[in-house]
Design a protein around this ligand. Structure first.
Ligand code: COA
Ligand code: AMP
Length: 647
């Protein structure tokens, strides 16, 4: 279906794609010239340690300089760099590039005084305030490596990340505000530090008036007090290949993977994507309605807009309920947003509360050029609804924490291609996407299989996993030599359009958040009454998927199931965090397994979704599936046909 009636097909996309494929060194070497380098890269792509590739080896630059100082020196000092709009606290604040530079340089001074130097780690656990962005850039300024942890994660997940990253300093806030609820960030942090074997030397805490926090003597410092006496420090030049940040993403086990992003490749790819994927120009306003704790926040709230000299928005609120489903359109009107980026789940939440667009109609959204959606599959219904509502391009694009920027998209800055709802269009120049079978053989068009990316990946993609090259290779590269395994399943159609059908591992996508069922299973297993358990994702109309748990109790447990289930819900909330959305769990006598003892999660998921299922030939005892169906029905699932097809 052709959905951009005014699109004039040219061959710009095909030409750019071919250029990037034929000669990646030339293509990205050329793109790198848009940045300021203290020392130009000696080698555009170092292939000597394949399959670990390094972009811009020998190059020296500073990401903070390129995103902030360069624009102050180049005439954008008085342009808004960051707009903070917080409907939940009733606060608005604008920082120009000059003001941002002052704050970042002084907070970099604070970190330096606390002993942070190039290569040291700083964990940032903060709500959506400008100070989160300031802390990230302050790290970049002095070559320190930040690791931002999403505020919806609880102490255990935070502790795991602190242990792995071993930060000298943690930067946090007294609280976050979630709708009408105040979340005690500092208390969660204190508990995480208590649990962690690694202890940071210092904690810098932003005291917020909604709830002030306790300070631990000798360790904790007040953000404002330190800033009042801080001296600004200059940018420290770093190698292009030095790490800029670590961002943990869910693995198939409970242990998160520390995705490492370098400085040079990251800056080059993000700057290029702002112009070519998002069609932005310096001075425009870009709004990624996400959270700095996710990759979307890192790339498209914090770094990419400022690298191009755009204005970015930090919004501390939700698409609905703060105060109503017109909130996104209010922000678009107020700040003349050119491009809005969010997750489909946010649009579904708005659609549910404002189906006929009455709230939308209250605002002047004429500044809006396009709506970009990512983080989960964009279902055609949501696509059509949004397209009809805003009467502008709605762009589904696919990428992941590991890639750091879009892998497949309709690149509006190159050429607007016809849309096929349900598809994130075609690969972005720089990426080669192949669908392979279990043996690694490339499949023909229309055949569904494992989605892989051919090596070398373009700049800006993950360099490795923190302190674990081996796990990086084993997780992503070892299965099919010469390819990166994305963890998604899908197919490419006859026209070269990619369709992503969902994860093929134990990661689930809940409200656009990528979560590990392994972490939730770990929390359930730790309960004294639980012998074994399984967690899997079930379809949800708003949040795309929700986790469901089934547990088998230890012999001799006589306590009531309802009480135990309540405790299990709390256990996951305490261990993983509220963002897991774990609310449904039932007790079963046994779990369905293969004869070799593998739990049949995929079959349980199919039953829960009310979809026809095939009884796996390797199942130990088919009768377990009937018991599971009963349990899932008690949770409100498995409502449609239950008759198995086939055998
Ligand atoms: N800090 C602390 N707690 C947080 C949090 C944060 N930063 N973010 C979410 N939570 C909490 C919520 O308050 C909620 O707690 P509750 O169980 O006590 O109610 C829980 O985690 C679940 O949050 P969420 O799944 O986000 O549900 P929600 O009902 O609060 O909001 C949406 C639903 C769809 C509006 C929201 O998820 C959304 O806007 N998502 C899309 C945007 C996005 O950020 N995508 C990420 C990648 S682009
Ligand atoms: P994250 O690393 O949290 O950004 O999650 C990445 C995963 O989200 C991908 O591997 C996909 O499973 C899913 N995803 C992201 N964007 C899309 C999209 N546009 N369509 C389908 N799935 C998507």
């Amino acid at each position: 279906m052709r959905d951009f009636p005014h699109a004039r097909p040219t061959d710009a996309y095909a030409r750019t794609y071919d250029d990037a494929s034929r000669d990646p060194e030339w293509f990205w070497g050329h793109a790198a010239r848009a940045l300021h380098w203290d020392v130009a890269p000696q080698v555009i792509l170092d292939r000597s340690k394949a399959p670990l590739f390094r972009w811009f080896a020998g190059g020296v630059l500073n990401t903070c300089y390129n995103a902030i100082d360069r624009h102050v020196e180049g005439g954008r000092a008085d342009q808004p760099a960051v707009i903070y709009d917080s409907p939940v606290t009733g606060t608005k604040r604008t920082l120009t590039f000059r003001e941002l530079l002052d704050e970042v340089a002084r907070f970099a001074g604070v970190l330096t005084t606390l002993g942070v130097a190039k290569g040291d780690r700083v964990v940032i656990y903060m709500p959506m305030t400008p100070e989160a962005l300031i802390a990230m850039y302050a790290c970049a300024r002095i070559g320190a490596v930040h690791s931002v942890v999403f505020g919806g994660f609880a102490s255990h997940e935070l502790a795991v990340r602190i242990e792995d990253a071993e930060p000298k300093v943690v930067v946090s806030a007294s609280c976050g505000v979630e709708m009408a609820k105040v979340v005690d960030y500092k208390a969660l942090l204190d508990r995480a530090i208590e649990r962690s074997a690694h202890k940071p030397s210092h904690v810098v805490c932003l005291q917020r008036e909604q709830r002030r926090c306790e300070v631990v003597n000798g360790r904790d410092h007040d953000w404002h007090a330190l800033m009042a006496k801080a001296a600004p420090v200059p940018c420290v030049p770093v190698a292009a290949t030095d790490p800029l940040y670590i961002l943990y993403t869910s693995g198939t086990t409970g242990r998160p993977k520390g995705v490492v992003r370098d400085n040079g490749g990251h800056a080059v790819a993000l700057l290029w994507s702002m112009q070519h994927v998002y069609d932005m120009n310096p001075g425009d306003v870009f709004w990624a309605a996400s959270d700095v704790g996710w990759v979307v926040g890192h790339s498209y709230i914090v770094y990419a807009p400022l690298l191009l000299g755009c204005t970015t928005i930090i919004h501390e609120g939700k698409p609905v309920g703060t105060p109503d489903p017109g909130e996104f359109w209010r922000v678009v009107q107020e700040y003349k947003v050119r491009t809005l980026f969010t997750a489909p789940t946010a649009i579904r939440a708005i659609k549910k509360e404002d189906p006929s667009g009455e709230h939308f109609a209250r605002y002047d959204t004429s500044s809006l050029r396009a709506l970009f959606l990512a983080g989960e599959r964009l279902d055609p219904d949501t696509y059509h609804w949004a397209r009809q509502l805003i009467q502008r391009p709605v762009v589904d694009h696919w990428w992941q924490t590991e890639t750091g920027w879009p892998v497949a998209a309709n690149c509006l800055g190159i050429e607007q291609l016809p849309v096929k709802p349900g598809s994130p269009t075609r690969p972005v120049p720089g990426y080669t996407v192949d669908i392979v079978d279990d043996e690694g053989t490339v499949l023909p068009p229309e055949k569904e299989g494992i989605v892989t990316l051919r090596l070398p990946l373009p700049p800006g993609t993950l360099a490795t996993l923190w302190k674990d090259d081996e796990r990086f290779v084993e997780t992503y590269l070892a299965r099919f030599p010469g390819r990166y395994v994305t963890g998604d399943g899908g197919y490419i159609d006859e026209d070269g359009y990619l369709f992503i059908m969902g994860r093929i591992d134990d990661v689930i996508i809940v409200a656009g958040h990528n979560l590990s069922t392994g972490s939730m299973e770990q929390a359930l297993s730790a309960h004294p009454s639980v012998a074994e358990c399984a967690v899997f994702g079930v379809k949800d109309a708003i949040k795309s998927q929700l986790p469901v748990g089934l547990v088998v109790l230890k012999a001799g447990v006589t306590r009531g199931h309802a009480v135990i289930c309540d405790e299990l819900v709390q256990a996951v909330r305490q261990a993983v965090g509220p963002v897991a959305n774990f609310r449904k769990v039932a007790v079963v006598a046994r779990l369905p397994k293969t004869r070799s003892g593998k739990v049949l999660r995929a079959t349980m998921r199919t039953i829960a979704n009310g979809e026809p299922y095939t009884i796996p030939p390797t199942i130990d005892d088919p009768a377990t599936l009937d018991e599971i169906t009963v349990a899932l029905k008690s949770l409100g699932y498995a409502r449609l046909p239950e008759t198995p097809i086939g055998d």
